[in-house]
Design a protein around this ligand. Structure first.
Ligand code: 1CP
Length: 341
């Protein structure tokens, strides 16, 4: 086995310098991405055309000394594969035909993996073309996060439609979560079989939930995916990312069985240092806006993060996705700082 510093860190081995990748590292802040995106026409075509998806996955690694590639796709290919209508409007984000109870009953899992076959082909090609020391990250959205888009029809600041649906229609909601858990296990197992080294489960909307809702909507589905996946792929390495989990972070780390915990930028460095097991690998957590501003606003916090987590396994990353207005020179400087140059 070639040494892959990022995979090794997920598995609990602290490295001399933390390995790094950048959440949403392929995307609109790169001019070459904008070019490829234009030639693809619509966003889902980009995700389902292996030639193009491989190209945009590799673009950030050509420019920057990153330790991982993350499969180029989206968390919303799962609703698309289940037969829900999904569109990506320019400048507006995703738009789905919002589900009601009857819509949940019409979701069809039987063709999902064959629908996602082009994504799996992208993973195989990436595995074949990446240098052996680079970690290939596969991913899916966590069931609750995906459900917020499926029920709400689009992104929202408070996920109110989905939160209300979970309370008013508990049986239909559980059917939806069951479908998403099962499809996600199939999909992640297939990504690992196709050559992904590790998978990340994006729980981008782990916020705004009371105790019981957090347990039911976040903890339990994440736990079931990890368990189901390990049943298929023993030892499967998993990064969890419960964005906004705040006071629930420790519960998440303890109850889900993930190997490594992604943390958002609002999580205090000290909380991680003192409240989480010292051997738990942690990923994060620079505010993407510090990367936009650069200079001392960025450098002081990069140093603080490196210092605070220096004695545990740490993967350096942003605390959420890189934003389109990020200057490329700032990304270069960030990598120099983390790599100690
Ligand atoms: O390099 C990479 O990371 C690119 C692969 C990738 C990933 C991991 C994309 C491409 N999307 C995602 C995950 C994703 N998609 C998440 C979880 C991470 C996060 O919280 O940011 C979420 C919530 C989505 C849903 C989504 N897709 C949104 C957010 C909508 C909202 O509610 O704010 C958006 C804008 C998209 C479209 C999208 N996905 C990816 C890209 C590059 C884009 C922009 C589309 C474009 O090119 O016009």
């Amino acid at each position: 086995m070639p040494h892959k510093p990022l995979l090794a860190t997920v598995l609990g081995q602290r490295q001399e310098r933390p390995p790094l990748w950048i959440m949403r590292q392929a995307g609109r802040y790169l001019p070459e991405y904008r070019e490829t995106r234009k030639s693809a026409g619509n966003f889902l075509e980009l995700c389902y055309t292996p030639d193009l998806a491989v190209e945009v996955t590799l673009q950030p690694l050509r420019r920057f000394d990153l330790d991982a590639a993350i499969l180029f796709s989206d968390i919303l290919v799962i609703p698309d594969a289940l037969g829900q209508s999904v569109r990506f409007e320019t400048g507006e984000g995703p738009v789905l035909e919002a589900l009601d109870e009857k819509g949940i009953d019409r979701l069809d899992r039987s063709g999902a993996l064959s629908h996602l076959e082009p994504v799996l082909e992208t993973v195989r090609r990436l595995r074949a073309s990446l240098p052996p020391e680079k970690t290939l990250i596969g991913f899916c959205g966590a069931p609750w996060t995906v459900a917020t888009y499926m029920l709400g029809g689009r992104g929202s600041p408070d996920q109110a439609i989905a939160r209300r649906f979970a309370l008013q229609h508990p049986a239909a909601f559980e059917r939806l979560i069951d479908i998403l858990v099962e499809t996600s296990v199939d999909y992640l197992a297939a990504q690992l079989a196709a050559g992904a080294d590790v998978v990340q489960i994006f729980e981008s909307w782990a916020l705004n939930l009371d105790d019981a809702a957090f347990a039911r909507q976040v903890l339990e589905p994440n736990r079931r995916i990890v368990e189901g996946l390990r049943h298929r792929v023993p030892g499967a390495p998993v990064i969890g990312f419960p964005r906004g989990a705040a006071g629930n972070l420790r519960r998440f780390a303890e109850d889900t069985g993930i190997n490594a915990l992604g943390v958002d930028y609002a999580t205090p460095l000290e909380f991680i240092r003192t409240q989480l097991p010292p051997d738990l690998p942690v990923q994060g957590n620079l505010d993407p806006l510090r990367l936009v501003v650069g200079g001392e606003a960025m450098e002081s916090q990069v140093r603080a993060i490196l210092e605070a987590w220096s004695d545990r396994p740490h993967i350096f990353n942003l605390g959420h996705g890189i934003v389109p207005e990020t200057p490329i020179a700032h990304v270069e400087r960030l990598i120099e700082l983390v790599k100690g140059r």
